[in-house]
Design a protein around this ligand. Structure first.
Ligand code: SAM
Length: 237
């Protein structure tokens, strides 16, 4: 269904090597995404070339900037139909990936698809702010990712509690927003983070992208994350 040669060469340009197994898995993932999307609203992107660029390569761009040791524990917050987490797991089957979402419907698609392609990612149906207060998830992950989930201030409260000391939280944004970044400075500090890098690049066929990489440098105070309503009503300053 997808152009595997295109995916392989564009991934190589990001420094990501995809072998034949990975390419076949991406192809099956795309097929199932389009098939299930006919009766379940998973994505607005269904053209095969757009799936390659806007879902797969966009997701894989994380690997261009973050070096992950073998077997690193990772979590994708608000994974939706599996982006970026499922794509990262396909490219790096060694990662211990958790795909988390507060909505079960898309998660069922992700779980069934990962099973079908034979990859072990764990799916978790929880809100991030609940996971952040649970000992099995709090401060356990070397990489935390989130794409198109919330504004950076809220996202930090969802994601930094899950990030292990020394680990990285990557917020994937489609446009660089200096205002959003400036507004989140207080939250980042308060939650134990520090901006490590901001990478802006253009993804062929998908426009401008920004990865905001935040390093966890100290413990998140126990009162965070707060309940959802508080996060929304009283964003951190
Ligand atoms: N990350 C995927 C992508 O880029 O294709 C999905 C993006 S979709 C716009 C946002 C997803 O985040 C939804 O599936 C929603 O259920 C989930 N979400 C939003 N807030 C959440 C929270 N606090 N905890 C867990 N999931 C959340």
């Amino acid at each position: 269904m997808i152009d595997c040669a295109l995916l392989q060469s564009e991934a190589a340009a990001l420094g990501v090597t995809l072998d034949a197994d990975a390419l076949e898995r991406f192809d099956r993932y795309a097929q199932r995404l389009v098939e299930v999307n006919k009766y379940l609203n998973l994505t607005a992107i269904t053209d095969p070339t757009e799936i390659v660029y806007k879902h797969f390569l966009d997701s894989l761009s994380v690997l261009r900037y973050v070096l992950l040791p073998l077997g690193a524990r990772c979590i994708d917050v608000g994974t939706g139909a599996g982006f970026p987490g499922a794509a990262l797991q396909i490219a790096r089957p060694d990662l211990r990936m958790t795909l988390l979402d507060g909505t079960q419907k898309k998660l069922t698609f992700v779980q069934e698809t990962m099973q079908e392609i034979g990859l072990p990612a764990q799916t978790v149906h929880l809100r991030a702010e609940e996971a952040g207060q649970a000992s099995e998830y709090r401060a356990r992950f070397e990489l935390v990712t989130a794409r198109a989930v919330a504004n950076l201030r809220e996202l930090c409260e969802y994601c930094l509690p899950l990030t292990k000391h020394g680990g990285i939280f990557v917020a994937m944004k489609s446009v660089q927003s200096d205002a959003e970044l400036a507004e989140a400075q207080g939250a980042i500090r308060l939650l134990g983070g520090k901006i490590d890098a901001v990478h802006t690049f253009s993804l062929p066929g998908a426009g401008e992208r920004t990865l905001i990489c935040i390093k966890k440098i100290s413990q998140t105070p126990p009162k965070y994350p707060r309940p959802s309503a508080k996060i929304a009503k009283q964003p951190l300053r």
